[in-house]
Design a protein around this ligand. Structure first.
Ligand code: CP
Ligand code: NVA
Length: 310
């Protein structure tokens, strides 16, 4: 049996593969908007394993698999043997014999890597402490829809250097754009944890205004990610000056867009004026999770589809 292809972090795919995925997503989205059925994954089963909460990821994977002609099964830690200490390796062997593709949202990246090693079928990272590749796939597709190619552009990341930030940094190396990161002291990017090659596609700046100056895209995320709730009070104090507000958007490029993976906390990492304002594309960004992940599942199961539809 051939080893399956997985999607565990952004750098698992090449730039050429992303070019394909973005054009395939366009085709899938357009067809969906015209109510034209597209069932390439008829009879295939997706298993979704959640060890953390989710709205968008669950909905987009479950709806997406159904729209592609397959079905989706939801498992969580609480109601399965996963929460009672069954080894990840054993779970992977069993689950992957009964399904065609698996999506996992969990804690350490090492958990999903161990699962993938023992899985007979493709495994997709639906968020770990370190990475959230499906999110950035959707974000970049959204940027392309609104502003064209991202190559050579500048992204400002303001806030915590978390899983979403790390994934932006990997994407910058693969797709060749710049990321300017501003975090409070003590929360800086850890290049090794971010899994970077060190191609010089990111800079760390103390001042969030400097990070935003001239940026084509300004983005942020919650100050406290899932799994880090014990640090919440301390983080609320430490991040107080790292709220994306109208002043930050003013120093960005006039055509800059604002993105947030959601869920958002208005008045914390972003002001209501910005997230609900004219530069915000957060609803398109959320919707595009559906379309990019349909292209992703199709690609992992069927490979590249040539012809007029790509
Ligand atoms: N952005 C995102 O992954 O949202 P959920 O946590 O709701 O899945
Ligand atoms: N950084 C956030 C993203 C949620 C989609 C978290 O990990 O909780």
């Amino acid at each position: 049996m051939n080893a399956p292809r997985h999607y565990l972090q952004f750098k698992d795919f090449s730039r050429a593969e992303y070019d394909y995925l973005f054009s395939r997503t366009r085709w899938i989205k357009d067809r969906f908007k015209r109510y034209e059925p597209h069932h390439p994954l008829f009879d295939r089963t997706l298993v979704m394993i959640f060890e953390k909460a989710s709205t968008r990821t669950r909905l987009s994977f479950e709806a997406g698999m159904q729209q592609l002609g397959g079905s989706a099964i939801y498992l969580n830690t609480r109601d399965s043997q996963l929460g009672r200490g069954e080894p990840v390796e054993d779970a992977a062997q069993v689950i992957s014999r009964m399904s065609d593709i698996v999506m996992i949202r969990t804690f350490e990246q090492s958990i999903i890597e161990r699962f993938a090693e023992y899985s007979r079928v493709p495994v997709i990272n639906g968020l770990t402490n370190e990475y959230h590749p499906c999110q950035i796939l959707a974000d970049i597709f959204t940027f392309i829809e609104h502003r064209g190619p991202i190559q050579g552009k500048t992204v400002a990341w303001v806030g915590d250097s978390n899983n979403v930030c790390n994934t932006w940094l990997q994407a910058a190396e693969v797709l060749d754009f710049q990321v300017r990161v501003s975090t409070p002291p003590g929360y800086e990017v850890e290049p090794e944890r971010a899994g970077l090659y060190g191609t010089g596609n990111f800079v760390q700046l103390d001042d969030p205004m400097e990070a935003c100056r001239g940026a084509d895209l300004v983005t942020t995320d919650v100050w406290t990610s899932m799994g880090f709730e014990a640090e919440n009070e301390e983080r609320m104090r430490d991040f107080a000056d790292w709220q994306v507000d109208a002043d930050m958007m003013k120093v960005a490029n006039p055509g800059a867009v604002f993105m947030h993976c959601l869920p958002a906390h208005r008045g914390e990492e972003v002001s209501a004026e910005v997230i609900d304002g004219p530069q915000s594309v957060v609803w398109d960004e959320a919707e595009n999770r559906l379309h990019v992940q349909k292209a992703l599942m199709e690609f992992l199961l069927l490979g590249k589809i040539d012809g007029d539809c790509a």
